[in-house]
Design a protein around this ligand. Structure first.
Ligand code: UFG
Length: 329
């Protein structure tokens, strides 16, 4: 099969591109390289540089390449930034996605895999988070992803449109061979920031809030390895052959770790003490998010390979310690 990977030069997209090749399918990458990195994708993979919201650009790619499935990873994904710049999030994550879907409709492509998020649940009514819980995002990032989830449902009511929506928990880690990994500018995520503080690239790490109602007062998250996330996408291909497929699946390990535990894991991997500062809570942060991924297991046979935070952080450390300047190295 031929898969258009929108955002295929980004963090999760690039790991997925590799697995598409390993599974014997053909990826075609579309990325505007605003946040993606050309070096994250093998030169042998067909690459179109451009914008997903540009229908006149996307439609011929879909048609000329005879694309079977579109995977969409290209979104802004920083909770704190979304609170400060909501329009940026709605324009890119919602409006541009509508253009992508419209280009697909024009080109007659009806299979879609969408990257959603646990942030669509807001402060969940209960933990771990099952798919049936009400979705009530508390930040524009989560809302933008929920908006697209609803658009996908509407489209599937109107025509033969099939989709799998994955609600990622906290994507983490890097390829086991250390060749590709996370490289965001600016970096806002906890594990790479902790690594930068361990290596001295940053002076310190700020902990956003130590007064949450959690065992050690810091937020709990479910850190899931990026290659485990990618595996779920490949497993969904077969399902999309069936008319009427509409999947909404939570992808996490099910194990919560606090910010302080993440810092300890990075200290262990790096052998360095991380200088920390205590800061105020960050707007838009729920206290605890962790997954019940039973449905993904039942539906796709999906199980995580990386069950332990230490093992996930070790892969992140391997990537960052050998590529201190990310893909510039
Ligand atoms: N944190 C700090 N200091 C930092 C950075 C983060 O204390 O310098 C804390 C945050 O407050 C949060 C935890 O570390 O409690 C994880 O923060 P990240 O920014 O790494 O990740 P988020 O949980 O905010 O966001 C991630 C993904 C989103 C996803 C979201 C769901 O990046 O795509 O999880 O909450 F939607």
């Amino acid at each position: 099969m031929k898969i258009l990977v929108v955002g295929g030069a980004g963090y999760i997209g690039s790991h997925c591109v590799r697995q598409i090749v390993e599974a014997g399918h053909e990826p075609v990458v579309l990325d505007n390289l605003v946040f993606g990195h050309r070096k994250a994708v093998e030169p042998s993979v067909l690459f179109y540089e451009g914008d997903l919201g540009d229908e006149a650009f996307v439609r011929p790619v879909l048609e000329n390449e005879s694309i079977d499935i579109v995977m969409h990873f290209a979104a802004y994904a920083s909770v704190g930034e979304s609170v400060k710049e909501p329009l940026k999030y709605y324009l890119n994550n919602v409006a541009a996605t509508i253009h992508l879907l419209n280009a697909m409709k024009q080109a007659g492509v009806n299979k879609f895999i969408f990257s959603s998020t646990c942030a669509t649940f807001g402060v969940p009514q209960s933990l771990p988070i099952v798919e049936t819980l009400p979705q009530a995002p508390i930040n524009p990032y989560g809302q933008s992803k929920l908006d697209v989830e609803l658009i996908l449902k509407s489209l599937a009511c109107a025509e033969d449109f099939r989709f799998a929506t994955f609600r990622y928990f906290n994507a983490a880690g890097a390829a086991e061979d250390g060749s590709i990994g996370e490289d965001h500018t600016p970096e806002l995520h906890l594990i790479p920031i902790a690594i930068d503080a361990a290596t001295g690239k940053r002076d310190s790490l700020k902990i956003f809030g130590t007064d949450y109602e959690t065992p050690d007062g810091t937020c709990l998250r479910d850190y899931v390895h990026v290659d485990d996330l990618a595996r779920a996408h490949i497993a969904a291909f077969e399902k999309l052959d069936q008319p009427g497929t509409q999947l909404f699946l939570n992808l996490g390990t099910g194990k919560p770790y606090s910010v302080k535990e993440v810092i300890q894991a990075v200290e262990k991997a790096s052998g360095q003490k991380i200088p920390i500062e205590i800061d105020l809570r960050r707007a838009g942060d729920p206290p605890a998010l962790y997954a019940d991924s039973t449905l993904a297991k039942e539906t796709l046979g999906w199980e995580v390979k990386f069950t332990e935070l230490d093992d996930i952080v070790a892969t992140a450390w391997k990537w960052h310690s050998t590529h201190p300047n990310g893909f510039e190295d």
